[in-house]
Write a protein that binds this ligand. Structure first.
Ligand code: 13P
Length: 207
């Protein structure tokens, strides 16, 4: 992908996430990693994603900002660590999506057994311990956790999702958030879980 195309993608998905209420001016950041040139294209800090323009997208070479007319996200280290641990992925979405983040606020992993979507997408979603936002501290335990899971919760904070493309990372975040929204309704009615056999068949069909 060319540089202009990458910036346009970051802008497009920032706006989509904003419209869906999954990011706001002060919460959430997304990125695409150009592995060939070792360049990270990340949203700028503290900006309303709806108003982003391609020239606002920060370009990071290591810890140096080499492009973009606004300061890089305060969480770019989170993106770097996640991408280093997952060479199969080129995109990161960090959001404070309410239904998933509720688990993070309770320092709880997510393991539900009532949803086919959840079974297709996840083998549970782990929660790593709290770390100071905007510091490397936040990434303690992330490399290990994200190797086996596309979404990892950050205790008392939010979540990070990795995927091959930004489109897929956003799709996984959106679908998982919807599942947990429904689960929150369903649990008041008495959820019916899928059997071990059904869950195994879903995992098998996925392979
Ligand atoms: P930025 O605005 O610096 O990207 O940070 C928002 C955020 O989500 C902090 O965790």
């Amino acid at each position: 992908m060319k540089s202009e195309e990458i910036k346009e993608q970051v802008v497009l998905y920032s706006k989509i996430l904003d419209q869906k209420g999954l990011v706001n001016s002060l919460e959430g950041n997304i990125s695409i990693y150009d592995r060939e040139n070792d360049l990270l294209y990340v949203t700028p800090t503290s900006t309303r994603k709806e108003f982003l323009k391609p020239e606002d997208i920060a370009i990071m070479k290591g810890d140096d900002q080499v492009g973009g007319n606004k300061r890089r996200s305060s969480e770019y280290l989170l993106h770097k660590v996640a991408l280093a641990a997952r060479p199969d992925c080129n995109a990161v979405v960090h959001v404070h999506a309410p239904y998933m983040t509720a688990y993070a606020y309770c320092n709880k992993s997510i393991d539900i057994r009532c949803s086919t979507t959840f079974a297709i997408l996840h083998d549970g979603i782990p929660c790593i311990p709290y770390g100071l936002p905007g510091s490397l501290d936040i990434t303690n335990g992330l490399s290990e956790a994200i190797q086996g899971h596309d979404i990892v919760l950050l205790a008392n904070h939010g979540l990070v999702c990795v995927a091959k493309t930004l489109e897929h990372a956003c799709a996984v975040v959106e679908a998982t958030e919807e599942v947990l929204k429904i689960y929150n309704l369903a649990k008041t009615m008495g959820v019916s879980n899928l059997s071990d056999e059904d869950l195994e068949a879903i995992k098998k069909a996925k392979r």
